[in-house]
Ligand binder design. Structure first.
Ligand SMILES: Cc1ncc(COP(=O)(O)O)c(C=O)c1O
Length: 444
């Protein structure tokens, strides 16, 4: 594997973006500050399977996969051909599309909480639709949440409530600029597993809570009995339980984390990889909860677009055809073993943790405050060796044994550089800005 670090075209484009696009990127997680700037690539020109090529012509094995929106692999032939066929028939009609019914039936078959369905084009939109329905059905306004749920006002208003101990917003680094102050005090966070805080919010807002919105899991399995306790509290307080499966859906099980974990919420939100990267999201739920949405103003022109519908139907069928659940387990276990092997042979003090769909490396450090520097150095060295990612690795079904082998080899070399850094030359070895976390995730 050759060492690569010419990303000059990426850097020039990023400089232009600064003048043309406030914030430089459309998604905070795509900012260069989340990787090793200016060594990690910033702009891509081609992606296929498990790899992409940046605008400077460097090829990378991709462990981020469009911020996990791609599940089968980039530019999957079967999904793309279904989309191309659909384009020939019309990407959007004047009338409604029968594909809306076909996909709803498929979602009902696969997802335990699904009896009725609404569509959107993204995850944050879908969370917002779910909140509107919950408020409309219960006649209550307040929302308690645990997770990341997008950019909309209902959610970002949580940042008006700074933590009384640390003074930090729930999402450190994000100020609620532009979010109506009138929404302050309508939405409250609780950390994963923190039943005491959830109970406190429910008691302090008795009779006013429309919904508990939560990511049921991300990189780790939830604590035993935790989700059942949340479900019981939601029921006792007349609040609708919504699982946000935008990040955790599809990979563990085609029916979502809820199917894998054996717990059925009232409503659920899916997006990202349900369509292998084509814009698509959905809110599903019990007939009892969803039915009344017909009285609410929930409406948008592009939610009827055929491309996302065709891509979703094909992606879900392909996940089934390709035995995705066992294949993800196989890929995840191989990757974890290979990374553990690299840790062992390099002699670094580190470990892998997390479920097979997102193995994550954490370094054991003499001083935790050097964590961001160590992670940056690792990402920098992996980038130079043609591996794009962070310390968490999210595979697609197109990742091969060779990708895993090359990744482990690059990781071993990168660990050796990190080891050198830990012996005293960390600052000299880091050639980039220190990676910034865009915001703190409540569910890890
Ligand atoms: C759990 C969860 N909910 C909602 C969203 C927002 O989705 P989108 O970026 O499509 O609006 C994300 C995005 O990362 C997410 O991970």
């Amino acid at each position: 594997m050759t060492s690569k670090n010419n990303v000059n075209t990426s850097i020039n484009l990023y400089d232009q973006a600064e003048k043309l696009i406030p914030g430089k990127t459309q998604l905070i997680s795509r900012r260069a500050s989340g990787h090793a700037y200016p060594i990690s690539p910033i702009y891509a020109k081609h992606a296929k399977g498990s790899k992409f090529t940046d605008v400077d012509g460097n090829e990378y094995i991709d462990w981020v996969n469009a911020v996990t929106a791609v599940i089968l692999g980039h530019s999957d032939d079967v999904v793309d051909n279904a989309v191309k066929d659909q384009i020939d028939k019309g990407s959007i009609y004047t009338l409604n599309s029968p594909l809306e019914i076909e996909l709803a039936e498929l979602l009902n078959e696969e997802i335990p909480s699904s009896e009725m369905v609404r569509y959107t084009k993204g995850g944050g939109d879908a969370c917002t639709v779910a909140v509107r329905i919950a408020r409309g059905v219960t006649g209550k306004d307040k929302i308690i949440f645990s997770g990341y749920h997008g950019w909309h006002d209902w959610y970002q208003a949580a940042n008006y409530g700074a933590d009384p101990v640390t003074g930090e917003f729930p999402f450190a680094g994000i100020e609620p600029i532009g979010v109506p102050q009138a929404l302050a005090g309508t939405v409250f966070p609780f950390a994963e597993g923190d039943i005491a805080t959830l109970t406190k919010h429910l008691e302090e807002n008795k009779g006013e809570v429309a919904a508990i919105m939560m990511e049921p899991m991300r990189s780790m399995l939830p604590p035993d009995g935790y989700l059942e306790k949340v479900q019981k509290l939601a029921k006792e307080n007349g609040a609708i339980l919504i699982f946000d499966e935008v990040s955790c859906g599809w990979r563990m099980s085609i029916g979502g984390a809820q199917k894998y974990l054996g717990i059925t919420p009232d409503m659920s939100v899916f997006a990202k990889c349900m369509s292998n990267g084509y814009p698509m999201g959905c809110v599903v739920g019990s007939r009892e909860v969803m039915q009344d949405a017909d009285k609410m103003f929930i409406s948008s022109s592009y939610w009827s677009d055929n491309i996302g519908l065709a891509a979703s139907i094909t992606t879900i069928n392909e996940l089934k055809n390709r035995n995705s659940e066992s294949k993800f387990k196989e890929i995840g276990d191989k990757l974890t073993n290979a990374l553990n092997g690299a840790i062992e042979s390099s002699g670094i003090s580190a470990k892998t943790h997390g479920i097979h769909t997102r193995p994550t490396i954490s370094f054991t450090l003499p001083d935790p405050s050097i964590g961001p520097k160590v992670n940056t150095l690792f990402i920098q060295e992996m980038s130079k060796r043609g591996i794009y990612g962070t310390t968490a690795f999210c595979a697609t079904l197109s990742h091969t044994d060779e990708d895993i082998e090359l990744t482990a080899r690059a990781a071993e070399e990168s660990f050796r550089v990190v080891l050198k850094g830990l012996e005293g030359s960390l600052d000299e070895l880091i050639e980039t800005e220190i990676k910034k976390e865009p915001f703190r995730r409540i569910v890890s």
